[in-house]
Design a binder for this molecule. Structure first.
Ligand SMILES: [Zn+2]
Ligand SMILES: [Zn+2]
Ligand SMILES: [Zn+2]
Length: 342
């Protein structure tokens, strides 16, 4: 009898239409891979060397204001620039390139150098949510911006160069790969079924409860059925909202609350300030209605078994398809047990 908890199988990601190989029988194999330094270094409240702390100079000479909650500025080393000239290359459909216009910004979540989302008060996180919303609206209203990607890289293992709590926003004209995949899947599902892919998916998850982690009145956090990273999670709005600008008052505070509780559970998992990349997916800002889009967040943490053992996407995963050992159901159960009450 085929059993998802014992037998190798592949799972379909309904949002990206890709597959992940799940090998639950492999979790007992001996590990001789790379160990990383857990590095529980204590950060000061203010670091005179930090280019994100209030009042400090950044590379290039600009000085940060003495900000007291959130602070947004144009990235000094922007990956996207608004003054990029139009242009394209196409040689026989084989050498293809296109100019990409956009804007990259940095969002400091707090003036405090030593805080993380898990350590911030819900009221302060609510101001971060409001800042993300304002940025989504402001950048989305620009004529050359059709996609606004809000994200955070947390921890040295994710390549975050600075522990100061901050994220980034990249806004550009053409659809990025992951968003194009999810746009297609949600659009086609919507026209085939007459309903929303993520509303229907969330209903199935609530019915089974196996992969739910925590919830409040406005959001659910869960390990998706098709998770690739060991402790990958999604935050999905209970109400059908297409973007962060659709949130009502209660939802804005609810989102802050759920971010705090989920990252708090992560930190307890391996007793370390948990590294991750996280970000939000929402409708394009091209001025057209996108009722098929359902706002959600993704967390992609690299850790596998401890603060020092991480997963690598190598070998078969790089050449063929992603694979995981620990099942999404057991990952969800472990996180669920670590969630604090609000
Ligand atoms: Zn700082
Ligand atoms: Zn929906
Ligand atoms: Zn997504």
């Amino acid at each position: 009898m085929f059993d998802l908890t014992r037998h190798p199988h592949r799972r379909y990601n309904a949002l990206t239409r890709e597959w992940v190989l799940v090998s639950p029988q492999r979790t007992d194999r001996p590990w001789q891979g790379q160990m990383e330094d857990a590095n529980p270094e204590h950060q000061p409240e203010y670091d005179p060397e930090c280019y994100l702390c209030p009042g400090n100079p950044r590379v290039g000479g600009v000085r940060n204001p003495s900000y007291t909650d959130t602070f947004v500025f144009e990235n000094d080393f922007a990956a996207l620039r608004p003054d990029t000239p139009e242009g394209k290359l196409d040689e026989g459909g084989l050498l293809v390139a296109q100019a990409e216009r956009g804007i990259s910004r940095v969002v400091c979540f707090s003036p405090r150098h030593d805080l993380t989302i898990a350590g911030m008060e819900v009221a302060a996180l609510r101001r971060v949510v409001d800042t993300w919303r304002d940025q989504y609206v402001e950048l989305g209203s620009l004529s050359f911006v059709n996609w606004v990607q809000i994200f955070e890289n947390r921890g040295a293992q994710m390549g975050a160069s600075n522990p100061h709590p901050h994220g980034q926003i990249w806004a550009n004209a053409h659809g990025p790969n992951e968003l194009i995949k999810e746009d297609r899947a949600q659009s086609e599902y919507h026209s085939e079924h007459g309903s929303c892919l993520l509303c229907d998916y969330l209903a199935l998850e609530i019915e089974s409860r196996e992969r739910l982690i925590c919830a409040n009145d406005s959001f659910h956090a869960l390990v998706p059925f098709w998770a690739v990273w060991p402790f990958e999670t999604m935050i999905i709005s209970k109400r059908h909202t297409t973007g962060i600008d659709d949130f009502n008052e209660a939802e804005r505070t609810g989102f802050a609350d759920l971010l705090k509780r989920l990252t708090g559970a992560y930190d307890k998992l391996f007793q370390v300030s948990f590294p991750y990349s996280m970000g939000f997916h929402q409708r394009p800002t091209d001025g057209v209605a996108h009722p098929q889009w359902h706002f959600h967040g993704h967390f992609y943490p690299p850790l596998l078994r401890s603060a020092t053992i991480r997963k690598f996407m190598v070998g078969y995963e790089l050449l063929a398809m992603p694979q995981r050992d620990i099942t999404p159901e057991s990952a969800a159960q472990r996180l669920r047990e670590l969630v604090s009450d609000p």
